[in-house]
Design a protein around this ligand. Structure first.
Ligand SMILES: CC(C)(COP(=O)(O)OP(=O)(O)OC[C@H]1O[C@@H](n2cnc3c(N)ncnc32)[C@H](O)[C@@H]1OP(=O)(O)O)[C@@H](O)C(=O)NCCC(=O)NCCS
Length: 174
């Protein structure tokens, strides 16, 4: 747990930590949907899909003291079972731009590595410079670019970070 001062002028320090959750609770479903709506133009989750990812994916929370200020939802790859994919990652608006994004992604990668996953990938809009920068800073590299909606000039980058060398022992997920 690390201490973090959100406002240099305030006397308030927050304890920042990354937490892994793997069960469905009404609070977590609500939080996933709420932070997603504060983050993306279109909603990623319904109560059903939020519950499904909480149960069968892996959800990481970024906490400042007891409040949840960020969420990161991961799933396992199909073609690459030892690869995790970050499906969504977002920090509440008032907490952005202070280095917490980098600490959050690094905390998630550390936990995925400890579980024996070999790599992590994600899709991010090429124009989302801040997010691309955060991912590059923790070791992701762009491996492919895809147009998904040419009329909107929406180019998605597939980024990948290697977590383990190929000959490292793999600890299976339980
Ligand atoms: C993306 C997000 C998680 C990053 O978290 P954050 O706490 O704001 O990011 P950080 O403060 O850790 O880092 C920001 C980095 O981007 C850089 N940055 C900020 N704006 C930038 C811009 N317009 N162009 C390039 N780099 C930029 C900063 O300089 C910093 O890099 P540095 O540490 O190398 O100097 C957060 O901004 C967010 O929730 N955004 C909305 C949701 C989103 O876009 N999610 C990612 C897509 S899945």
């Amino acid at each position: 747990m690390e201490s973090f001062r959100i406002d240099g002028g305030s006397a308030r320090d927050y304890a920042i930590r990354v937490e892994e959750v793997s069960d469905i609770t009404p609070d977590l479903v609500r939080t996933l949907i709420e932070i997603d709506l504060q983050t993306f133009a279109e909603s990623t989750y319904s109560p059903y899909t939020a519950a499904a990812f909480l149960k069968c994916g892996r959800v990481f929370l970024l906490r400042a003291d007891d409040r949840v200020i960020g969420t990161c939802v991961c799933m396992r790859g199909w073609e690459r079972p030892n690869e995790a994919m970050i499906l969504s990652m977002g920090i509440r608006p008032g907490w952005r731009g202070r280095g917490l994004g980098q600490r959050f992604v690094q905390g998630v990668l550390d936990r995925l590595t400890a579980r024996g996953l070999r790599s992590c990938c994600l899709l991010v809009g090429r124009d989302n410079r801040r997010a691309v920068r955060v991912y590059e800073d923790v070791g992701f590299r762009v491996v492919e670019e895809r147009d998904i909606e040419p009329q909107h000039n929406d180019v998605l980058c597939l980024m990948r970070a290697i977590l383990h060398s190929e000959d490292a022992p793999v600890i299976s997920l339980t």
